[in-house]
Design a protein around this ligand. Structure first.
Ligand SMILES: O=C(O)CCC(=O)C(=O)O
Ligand SMILES: [Fe+2]
Length: 432
C-alpha cells in the first residue's frame, strides 16, 4: 500500500463487495480487532506545498570555504547539489553498539547539523502538531499537556543509481524519544521508497517523481515510532535528500508551572510587586503565612491526575513561580473552612478556621459515623491539620470541590460531603 498525501494509516482486511448486511461481521470484527490492538497506529505523513518564491535553503557553514547556499527546489541546476555532495560524508549506522560503515547495508551520504543550516523547520508548517495529535503516546495520568520536541539529527543524501538503507530500527537517543521524522526535500529522484513496518503492517511513502507525477515542488514528510522497522529502497536516479529528526515526548503547555526550562520568573511583573511588598516587611518582623485561593478551577481531587502545581495556570502559576524565585517554599493544598458555629462550640479542640489537607484526593470515611459535632475533629485530623497561625489571605475563595464524604447520623443516616478550596500557602519567615 502506498500513501504520499494526508495521514497514512494502513488497513489490511481484504475487501469484500457486500459490506452492508449484519451477516458480514467478519469484516467488522476485523476492524474491531484492528482498533482494539491499535496495530495500525504507527506512522503518519503528508506533504506541504512550497510557497513562492522558493523552498528551503541549505547552507554549508563549516570548512574553510565560504558558505555555500543551495536553494530548493533547485533552480541553479546540479552545481549547487554537487557542491553539497562534496561536503557530505559516507553515512554510518549503528550495529552492535558501534557506528559502522557498510555499503551493503547503508549506501548514502550524510551531514551533521553542525555543518549545515536550513530555513526549513517542521513546527511552523504544522508537522509537529500533526505528529503530536496522531502519534504522541499517552500515559494514564497525562493524556493532555504533552508536547513533541523535534531535534534535527542528519541531512541524508541518497543518490541514484543505487543508494539505499536496508531494514533497521532507529537507535533511541533517550528514554523520551518515541519517534523519527523524515522530511523529503524537493529534489527530483526516482525510487527510494521509504517502507515502515509494524506488526506485519506496512506503509510505503513514495516520494519519487516520474512522468505520472511531474509536480515535485512539495515537501513530503513521514513520522513513525522509532521501534518500527523501516528501510529506504534503492534510489534509481536523481538525488533523494532527507532531513531526519528525533522526536521526543516532553512536557507541554499546561504542565509547565514550576518546571519550565525557559521561563524566568524574575521578569514577571507580579514577581516585582511581591518582592517590593515583602522587602517592606508586611508582618512587622513577626513572619506569617500568606494565602492565595486559586483563581482557576482544577480537578485537584481527581485520583488519576496528580497535576498540581505543574498545571497551575494564569495568575496561580505566576504566583507559584514568583514565590519560588523569591526562595520561599510555596505549598499547594486543599483547604477546608470550618464554620464559626462549630468552632464556637468546641474552641479548645477545633481552634482555627482553616484545616489544610495533607494530600489531594476525596477522602471517603465510610466507617466514621459522625453522631456528634465533636467527632468532626477526628475526621479533620485524619485528613489534614489545623492551621494554628492566622493566614493572611490575598484573595477570596472561588471554586470548591467535594473533599470529605462521610455518614452522619441524626434522626436518620445521611451521606454528607464537605467541600474544600484549593490554595497556595507560603510561610514568610520572621525577621527576628
Ligand atoms: O531518509 C529516509 O527516508 C530515512 C532515513 C533513515 O531511516 C535513517 O536515517 O535512520
Ligand atoms: Fe532510520
Amino acid at each position: 500500500m502506498s500513501s504520499d498525501t494526508g495521514l497514512a494509516i494502513t488497513a489490511t482486511s481484504s475487501p469484500k463487495s457486500d459490506v452492508g448486511g449484519s451477516e458480514n461481521n467478519d469484516l467488522l470484527d476485523g476492524l474491531r480487532h484492528i482498533l482494539a490492538e491499535q496495530s495500525h497506529l504507527f506512522a503518519c505523513g503528508g506533504d506541504i506545498p512550497i510557497r513562492e518564491p522558493k523552498g528551503p535553503d541549505l547552507d554549508k557553514t563549516s570548512g574553510d570555504e565560504a558558505c555555500a547556499k543551495l536553494s530548493l527546489p533547485t533552480v541553479q541546476g546540479e552545481a549547487g547539489l554537487d557542491r553539497l555532495l562534496q561536503h557530505a560524508r559516507p553515512a554510518t549506522f549503528g550495529r552492535g553498539g558501534q557506528d559502522v560503515y557498510d555499503e551493503s547495508y547503508r549506501k548514502a551520504l550524510q551531514m551533521d547539523p553542525a555543518t549545515f543550516c536550513t530555513t526549513f523547520e517542521p513546527y511552523s508548517v504544522g508537522i509537529i502538531d500533526a505528529v503530536a495529535q496522531v502519534l504522541l503516546p499517552s500515559v494514564s495520568d497525562s493524556t493532555t499537556h504533552r508536547a513533541v520536541r523535534a531535534e534535527l539529527y542528519k541531512l541524508n543524501i541518497y543518490s541514484g543509481p543505487s543508494r539505499k538503507f536496508k531494514p533497521h530500527v532507529d537507535t533511541p537517543r533517550s528514554s523520551s524519544q518515541f519517534g523519527s521524522l523524515v522530511i523529503c526535500l524537493p529534489v527530483k529522484h526516482t525510487g527510494g521508497h521509504l517502507k515502515v513496518r509494524h506488526k506485519e503492517q506496512e506503509v510505503v511513502f513514495d516520494w519519487s517523481a516520474d512522468q505520472d507525477k511531474p509536480d515535485h515542488d512539495r515537501i513530503r514528510w513521514a513520522a513513525f515510532y522509532s521501534d518500527c522497522e523501516h528501510e529506504v529502497l534503492e534510489v534509481t536516479s536523481g538525488h533523494r535528500l532527507t532531513l531526519t529528526y528525533n522526536l521526543y515526548a516532553v512536557r507541554g503547555a499546561g504542565r509547565l508551572t514550576g518546571v519550565s526550562p525557559t521561563l524566568n520568573p524574575v521578569h514577571l511583573p507580579l514577581f516585582q510587586a511581591l518582592k517590593e511588598v515583602l522587602s517592606q516587611d508586611p508582618f512587622g518582623c513577626q513572619g506569617g503565612t500568606l494565602g492565595f485561593w486559586c483563581s482557576h478551577s482544577y480537578a485537584y481531587n481527581h485520583t488519576e491526575e496528580t497535576p498540581l502545581p505543574a498545571t497551575l495556570k494564569g495568575v496561580d502559576a505566576v504566583l507559584w513561580e514568583s514565590f519560588q524565585a523569591l526562595n520561599l517554599d510555596p505549598k499547594i493544598a486543599p483547604v477546608i473552612t470550618m464554620s464559626e458555629d462549630i468552632r464556637e462550640m468546641f474552641p479548645s479542640t477545633m481552634p482555627c478556621e482553616w484545616i489544610i489537607g495533607h494530600k489531594f484526593g476525596v477522602h471517603v470515611d465510610s466507617h466514621l459515623q459522625v453522631e456528634s459535632l465533636e467527632e468532626y475533629h477526628e475526621t479533620y485530623q485524619r485528613w489534614g491539620s489545623y492551621n494554628r497561625e492566622s493566614v493572611h489571605w490575598l484573595t477570596t475563595p472561588k471554586e470548591s470541590e467535594p473533599q470529605l464524604v462521610f455518614t452522619a447520623y441524626g434522626n436518620e443516616a445521611t451521606t454528607e460531603a464537605m467541600y474544600s478550596n484549593c490554595a497556595i500557602l507560603v510561610k514568610i519567615p520572621s525577621r527576628q
